[in-house]
Design a protein around this ligand. Sequence first.
Ligand code: ADP
Ligand code: MG
Length: 233
Amino acid sequence: MPILEVDGLKKSFGAVVAVDGLTMDVEAGSITGMIGPNGAGKSTAFNLITGLIRPDGGTVRFRDTDITGLESYEVAQRGIGRTFQHARIFDKMTVQENLEVVPSPAADTAAEVDRLLSLVELDEHRNAFGEELSGGQQVLLGIARTLMLQPDLIMLDEPFAGVNPGLVSDIAKLLRQLRDEEEATVFLIDHEIDEIAALCDDVIVMAEGKLLVRGEPADVRTDERVVESYLGG
Ligand code: ADP
Ligand code: MG
């Protein structure tokens, strides 16, 4: 059953058609990856789904409710959490404070902070300042901040970008854990096809604002159109 359904989504910036009739869905309980060349419209699609910008056309349905055009805080309240291409954390706050300032619906906020610190394995760094963390640790903290909102779907824009390999596997492990423990469905953008193939149940390939190919990693990787769009430019 899909948790997220996008139909005919469109967005132009002046003469640039960034998203050009994107139709796709994300299966509940999956890790779904979105890949595609630079400028394919991936981040714009995420921004449209999460209410950061308004579409020119098309619809977004989340858990069978039309959420098209809602403000980002309304989308978050309905259960979609997201992280950005550059982790948005507070440099001058401690790791723990970065979580405490999120308005969590959890009944026991302090307990939820502790649970998430241990889930993302930052408990030993709880008193470190945001700016003292490595890039990968900042991504983990950004994910924990998003999880404070208790989303059913978490959307991550390039969580592995600029992260050292050891932490890439920590982040991948965390995302698998979110899926396996049914904490959240995971939908992420990445540009590394091998990383996506190893992690995802489903892969959506975007090119020129549209869905190019959708399927299991093994099929997508060998698809002629995908090989062409990656190697042929
Ligand atoms: P991707 O994330 O796949 O690399 P983007 O969604 O960031 O692609 O960008 C798709 C296209 O839309 C690109 O041509 C980009 O330059 C353009 N674009 C994205 N955001 C804006 C914006 N706010 N203003 C103008 N053009 C934009
Ligand atoms: Mg992008």
